[in-house]
Design a protein around this ligand. Structure first.
Ligand SMILES: Cc1cc2nc3c(=O)[nH]c(=O)nc-3n(C[C@H](O)[C@H](O)[C@H](O)COP(=O)(O)OP(=O)(O)OC[C@H]3O[C@@H](n4cnc5c(N)ncnc54)[C@H](O)[C@@H]3O)c2cc1C
Length: 267
């Protein structure tokens, strides 16, 4: 490690003040991505602003037809939340399948969304559910938030304060996970909100999370796994690496989409 200063503000407002004052400062949430990155010298902030004591970034509440999740909520808190389990069980299921218990008890929804790892689970839920990412400065629709590999619409000094998920009538998630890291080789989140169907795929896109319009159109006719019969995702534009080539990942997109719809419909 190398020298950096450590700060632990008591609110997101104080954190924003520190971020504005310190040059090359970085926010620290669960640290599950940031600390390994610093150890590998891929990031070298001069100051760490730890959000761990910011009470205003914690908590999960239902507000009308939405679920509001504080940015510092851990994956375990989302998975175990009675509110999330009741309103959007597919989201609780997703959170319960992130990494292992250590990761779930340290990693946060804000950190995961801000990091936008192409194999992370939450980006698929945000995009499929039509979530709103709320920062200390503005509200950003998920459609506009995930802009590329590890890229988001966040600007310098912007802090995610919460993620707002609309309560939909049906939602489900299925992932084929890398057995070592548990990240998604392919993960698919499906959501039905009135006549609006959204299918979002993580782990497979060269540019990160993306929607699959052909599956959305097929499911619009009837929201059932059978509606996807014969539908294949092309391998063009799909990731290939030592774990799976593009053809295999493309095949998994179809399989995971069927499983996610089956979970959402209880069939
Ligand atoms: C072994 C292992 C297995 C994992 N498996 C999975 C998996 O299966 N699925 C999955 O989705 N993820 C997985 N993860 C990732 C993990 O779930 C964390 O979500 C992820 O590392 C980032 O969250 P964090 O809270 O640790 O953020 P940090 O590492 O603290 O921060 C990550 C980045 O986001 C920024 N940031 C953090 N919070 C905010 C905020 N509120 N506003 C603005 N910027 C912010 C930081 O500055 C940093 O750049 C795994 C991680 C590990 C180590």
């Amino acid at each position: 490690m190398y020298a950096f200063t450590y700060h632990r503000p008591a609110s997101s407002r104080q954190a924003a003040g520190l971020l504005a004052k310190k040059e090359d400062a970085k926010i620290l949430a669960g640290g599950h991505t940031l600390l390994p990155t610093m150890k590998q010298r891929l990031a070298s902030p001069t100051a760490l602003i730890d959000l761990g004591a910011c009470g205003d970034l914690k908590g999960i509440v239902r507000k009308g037809r939405t679920i509001v999740i504080g940015a510092m909520s851990t994956h375990a808190e989302v998975a175990e939340s009675a509110i999330v389990q009741e309103a959007i069980p597919g989201l609780a299921y997703l959170a319960s399948h992130i990494g292992d218990p250590h990761v779930r008890h340290r990693g946060t929804i804000g950190g995961s969304v801000a990091n936008n790892d192409p194999a992370a689970d939450y980006p698929a839920a945000c995009l499929a559910l039509g979530a709103t990412i709320v920062t200390n400065k503005r509200k950003i629709e998920a459609d506009d938030f995930f802009t590329g590999l590890y890229e988001t619409a966040l600007e310098e000094g912007e802090i995610i304060t919460k993620v707002v998920f609309p309560v939909v009538s049906k939602a489900g998630y299925a992932k084929f996970r890398n057995p070592a890291s548990r990240y998604a080789l392919v993960g698919v989140f499906v959501a039905k909100r009135g006549s609006d169907i959204r299918v979002a795929v993580t782990g497979a896109g060269e540019g990160g999370v993306f929607r699959w319009p052909d599956a959305e159109a097929a499911l619009k006719a009837r929201f059932a796994p059978k509606s996807l019969d014969g539908l294949k995702h092309p391998a063009e534009g799909i990731n290939g690496d030592m774990h799976a080539d593009p053809e295999y990942r493309a095949h998994l997109i179809g399989v995971m989409t069927r499983q996610a719809v089956a979970q959402a419909t209880g069939k």
